[in-house]
Design a protein around this ligand. Structure first.
Ligand code: PMV
Length: 325
């Protein structure tokens, strides 16, 4: 057993996309932020056996001997960060699994950090991200890198899959944290995240939009371009702490996602509940077709969390302190 004090400090973020999902697949920027808590390592048992993770909140208990994506991820993690013997990692999850909040990247990073400590490897943030990205490939085949970047570096990031060689002049001053990500150093408002518990497949939603694109490229392209203008407006609004403009950019982004048939009736219901209880804006976040919504809140957001929880969803607040890592 490692030293308890140190163990308590090992945790990883969740992530939420504020604007730009799907458009990011087509080379446009997305704006995403980390929030905590995501996952926390509660105990670490050394032993003879395999590398194993136990996440009771996800009803997940798997080892590197399992022929599952998690098993494969653990085998890869041991290869990337060699150590002797077995290790059981018991993890508290504060984010749902498979709901678009970065559960796999958060788990990958926690395993990377635990193994680095176990094997005495000192990793920079860039190396942590690189290893986590490799593990993400096991889960998502061709991940954009948004989740692993935002979760590893934390805070509010503008992410562009093809990189920032031709950065718009308005964003020249933003610090590049990876070739694909710029840090947006803004004071954040408070958000509410709510999980519909409707299972969704990001891959299927991305494939559906790709099919639509093939049928009518100009129609989809116009909406993708309009989403990217929402992202630009949102970044400018955050810089000025203009929450009314941020709200209108989020609303417009959601309308475009609905147009692209990426929402779900339950998400629309949740958005109505959030707006009726005082949210400034509410939109789907992530792949859509289920998963989560994000609402922009003025004040403490408690009535919105209450209304969504009363309606049977799982809602919680992410305030600025939780968002900056
Ligand atoms: O559901 P999530 O959080 O994994 O978000 C998917 C975001 C997409 O833009 C739809 C896909 C992607 O690879 O960026």
């Amino acid at each position: 057993m490692g030293p308890q004090g140190e163990l308590m400090m090992l945790s990883t973020n969740g992530k939420v996309i504020l604007l730009g999902e799907h458009a990011v697949v087509y080379g446009r920027p997305a704006l995403a932020m980390s929030f905590s808590p995501g996952l926390t390592l509660v105990s670490q048992e050394e032993g003879e056996g395999a590398l194993r993770v136990i996440v009771p909140a996800w009803q997940l208990e798997q080892s590197e001997a399992d022929f599952t994506p998690v098993g494969e991820a653990l085998r890869l993690a041991r290869k990337l960060l060699p150590f002797c013997g077995g290790l059981t990692l018991s993890i508290d999850a504060h984010i749902p699994i498979g709901a678009g909040l970065g559960s796999s990247a958060s788990l990958g990073l926690l395993v990377v950090r635990a193994l680095a400590r176990q094997g005495g490897h000192r990793l920079s943030r860039a190396q942590e991200r690189e290893y986590t990205h490799e593990i993400e490939k096991v889960f998502h085949r061709d991940p954009s890198g948004l989740d692993d970047t935002v979760i590893t570096f934390g805070g509010l990031c503008l992410f562009c899959r093809s990189g920032w060689n031709e950065r718009p002049s308005a964003w020249e001053s933003l610090e590049a944290i990876t070739p694909q990500a710029l840090r947006v150093p803004c004071a954040l408002p408070t958000f509410v995240i709510a999980d519909s518990r409707v299972p969704h497949s990001t891959q299927a939603m991305v494939a559906g939009l790709r099919h639509r694109y093939q049928l009518d490229p100009p129609w989809v392209e116009a909406r993708i371009e309009a989403i990217s203008r929402c992202v630009e407006r949102a970044v400018a609004a955050l810089d000025l702490a203009d929450h009314a403009v941020l709200a209108s950019a989020m609303q417009e982004n959601h309308r475009l996602l609905v147009d692209l048939e990426l929402s779900h009736p339950i998400l629309e219901q949740m958005i109505s509940v959030a707006m009726a209880s005082g949210a400034l804006a509410a939109k789907l976040t992530g792949g859509g077709g289920g998963g989560c919504i994000i609402a922009l809140v003025s004040g403490d957001g408690a009535p919105i969390v209450g209304a969504l929880n009363d309606a049977g969803y799982r809602a919680w607040l992410v305030n600025p302190q939780q968002a900056i890592y």
